[in-house]
Ligand binder design. Structure first.
Ligand SMILES: Cc1cc2nc3c(=O)[nH]c(=O)nc-3n(C[C@H](O)[C@H](O)[C@H](O)COP(=O)(O)O)c2cc1C
Length: 208
């Protein structure tokens, strides 16, 4: 069941997967994802995170209804090809939330001022994405549950002082849906050597 792929193969090929086979995800694999999540760093090692695994159809139906009642991903003429493709794929996911085998809702304790430290929950979320890749599962970071946070918190009995940071759909990738390679800006465009502006020279690819 576990592919045991190399860490860098997982990093290089992990990509947003939004269409899934209907097959259930075994509990052992979900446990492995959660174990990976709680290995992440957090500010002051506070570990203010919690993770809710959502599998029952009734809850997924309700989540689907919430997303359908929202305004979706409107495509405007100024959007580039890649943004359009991403919006189309994201819309597909939102139109089929009830068909996703499992969701992991990543939550985090809020601070006294009502905000939360993103830097203390998204590393755990990234660990789940990478672990999913390693286990042959697909997933995708989504944060749009924040639009219906009050409803979702009520539905799942989430305490007042806990915020929802991301909802991750999890499942085996649908037929024809593959992992990366992902398309990203060239390293030299975004990594600098010694100060802003001097491109980091990527000797491995000859780019930059
Ligand atoms: C902060 C954040 C919010 C995101 N929200 C959504 C979302 O609501 N729906 C969705 O389908 N994907 C969402 N994504 C996933 C991005 O669209 C995805 O990471 C990006 O398109 C790169 O995809 P790739 O790794 O397959 O190249 C989000 C990603 C991030 C980092």
């Amino acid at each position: 069941m576990t592919e045991n792929i190399d860490l860098f193969e997982a990093i290089d090929s992990q990509r947003a997967i939004r269409r899934f086979k209907p097959d259930p995800v075994p509990d052992e694999l979900i446990t492995r994802l959660l174990q990976a999540a709680i290995k992440a760093p957090s500010g002051g090692a506070r570990q203010g995170w919690s993770f809710i695994v959502i599998r029952d159809q009734e809850t997924k139906d309700k989540i689907g209804d919430l997303y359908r009642a929202g305004d979706g991903f409107p495509i405007t003429p100024d959007m580039t090809g890649q943004v359009r493709r991403v919006y189309g794929a994201a819309q597909y996911l939102e139109d089929h939330m009830e068909d996703v085998p499992v969701f992991i809702l990543a939550c985090i304790q809020v601070n006294a001022n009502g905000t939360f430290s993103a830097a203390s929950i998204y590393p755990a979320v990234q660990n789940i994405l990478l672990a999913a890749r390693g286990l042959g599962l697909g997933s995708c970071l989504t944060t749009r549950q924040m639009r219906f946070e009050a409803e979702i918190k009520q539905m799942l009995n989430i305490p007042e002082d806990v915020a929802t940071a991301a909802i991750l759909p999890i499942g085996f990738p649908a037929e024809g849906v593959g992992y990366g390679p992902t398309r990203r800006k060239a390293l030299g465009e975004v990594a600098f050597d010694g100060g802003w502006g001097k491109s980091w020279r990527d000797y491995t690819s000859g780019q930059a």
